[in-house]
Design a protein. Structure first.
Length: 199
């Protein structure tokens, strides 16, 4: 599957939000990318607002348009709150779960761990970043992954907040329940995304 390999700061500046957790390393967040800088800022229409929200969430989770549309279509087909279902599908991606458990410092790093067959679900290796974890499943890392300095450093961070739908004991994670919109810390207006695709 294709993926974005260009400058990440550019994406964060376009959305006005630190998409990749760069913190202080991210410069000029308030200035959009491009040669026009601050002059390029215009009053956004309703469509523009919905488009920007959709693009922000896609980039946040590292998903391209085709796959993201599939998630939206799956959410629209289910009963109940479409927005909640969409967020649940995105949050339960294996690469996102690895990130939420604090095994890595970013989603791209989590995706790499999964792709390189370092992640085990219920004791079996899974190398599909989009794999949908289920309630009751346990997530662990391979011995080789646990020996890498990057993972060791990530696991040493104590102040990371684990969402309520997950449980973590050392290098082992458990899916306690389905995620809800209240569990997501990033500012996401899921209603804008649903309305964008419902047009």
């Amino acid at each position: 599957m294709g993926r974005y390999t260009g400058p990440k700061d550019r994406l964060s500046r376009r959305e006005g939000f630190d998409l990749f957790g760069k913190g202080a390393k991210l410069t000029r967040l308030a200035v959009p990318p491009g040669v026009h800088g601050p002059k390029g800022v215009r009053q956004s229409s309703q469509y523009g607002k919905q488009l920007r929200e959709k693009q922000k969430v896609k980039r946040l989770y590292g998903i391209l348009e085709r796959q993201f549309r599939k998630y939206v279509e799956a959410a629209l087909k289910t009963r109940g709150n479409t927005g909640e279902k969409l967020l649940s599908l995105l949050e339960r991606r294996l690469d996102n779960v690895i990130y939420r458990l604090g095994f890595t410092v970013s989603r791209p790093a989590a995706r790499q761990l999964v792709s390189h067959r370092h992640v085990l679900v219920n004791g079996k290796k899974v190398n599909i970043p989009s794999y949908q974890v289920k309630v009751g499943e346990t997530i662990t890392l391979s011995t080789k992954a646990l020996a890498t300095p990057v993972v060791k450093k990530a696991l040493e961070v104590k102040e990371i907040k684990i969402p309520e739908w997950l449980e973590k004991k050392g290098p082992v994670g458990l899916i306690r329940k389905e995620p809800k919109s209240d569990d997501i810390t990033e500012p996401i207006s899921v209603q804008d995304i649903v309305e964008f695709y419902s047009r």
